[in-house]
Design a protein around this ligand. Structure first.
Ligand code: SF4
Length: 125
């Protein structure tokens, strides 16, 4: 039996997943979204990846994240791609930095704005 905390909404239901031959038995969820979450978490887990990107010509870093969750097994190849890039200002919030991160089809986007070499970073939280 595996126990998960559903992170889809703030209720944070404690969801239990048991494998009965080929079938997953999921209990503890208060709504169908918890079923989907638990099934995906067991069979094909995904995560939103947050990271920082090196700004060119300095030691400043730009905060960024994947636009949606990516398969967990793609996290390391994605981090390698992210470490290999540098970005020049101006960069604005939501600007796409990598179109297709690690072959996932998911864009990697800025979560801050840096308009010039001197300007500080503003994050979206
Ligand atoms: S199972 Fe439904 S109610 Fe419970 S945390 Fe997940 S989304 Fe929220």
């Amino acid at each position: 039996m595996t126990e998960l905390i559903c992170t889809v909404c703030p209720m944070g239901c404690r969801v239990r997943v048991e494998q009965d031959e080929a079938e997953l038995i999921i209990t503890g969820n208060r709504c169908p979204r918890g079923l989907t979450y638990a099934r995906e978490e067991i069979t094909a887990p995904k995560r939103v990846l947050t990271a920082v990107v090196q700004m060119a010509g300095g030691d400043r870093m730009l905060p960024a994240k994947t636009m949606t969750a990516i398969p967990k097994e793609k996290i390391f190849p994605a981090m390698e791609e992210i470490k290999a890039i540098t970005v020049r200002p101006p960069v604005t919030i939501s600007q796409v930095l990598i179109e297709d991160l690690a072959g996932t089809g998911v864009p990697f986007v800025a979560t801050g704005t840096i308009l010039s070499d001197e300007e500080s970073v503003n994050k979206d939280g």
